[in-house]
Design a protein around this ligand. Sequence first.
Ligand SMILES: [Zn+2]
Length: 253
Amino acid sequence: MRAFLGEFGARVGAAGRRVVDIALPPACMACARPVAVTGALCPGCWSGLRLIEQPFCRRLAIPFSYDIGPEALSAEAIADPPPFERLRAVAVYDAVSGRIVQALKYHDHTELARSIGAMMARAAGELAPETDLVVPVPLHRGRLWQRRFNQSAMIAAEIARRIGQPHVPDLVERIKATRRQVGLRATARLANVQGAFRVSAEARLKVAGRRVLLVDDVYTTGATVKAVTRALLRGGASGVDVVVFARVVEGLG
Ligand SMILES: [Zn+2]
């Protein structure tokens, strides 16, 4: 599956780029203003991102308005600790980061996946030395065909390359075709992904005793990454950290 997806993605990516280069002048992936190269964002869109920088909750990457020390936890992390150890996010989820995620999700934008992967590798910087495997949140097979590629796998491949650890896109299987989480309330999101993921018997050999960096595009309630984390821990992973591009922050967005 890994080799197949890699080849497939590269082929579609290269062909897609060639066609686009000939047919249209390059446009910003988020706002369609002209840019120098296909698959890029304009300076306005990059600078419009609200980056999540210190100080933030070391567990859930919720920004703090003032610095209360590097070990500080948010009330949410204390009240409802996630099964993963640490979340890192590049930016607050808002109109700008949302457009970037949409652009990546619904078109073939290999270049954009590279830029996003680079930013996420930076955001995950302090987790990198402890990471053994980089794993994307899997799509169900049906949806994979529909969208032609798994955007999380494209980003995860870039992160893995940058931090120098192996990318294992087929480690976790999605065994239940779930509804899209968008528009579902927190409890419905939880029910939607319950029992949706599994580490196969064969994959258990790869994950046993290893620390995983799990990759997804957006963190909303965390229902999906928590379900995948539980599957990884059941499969024998020694620990799981998560990196996303955008994180929903209450009151910001
Ligand atoms: Zn733009």
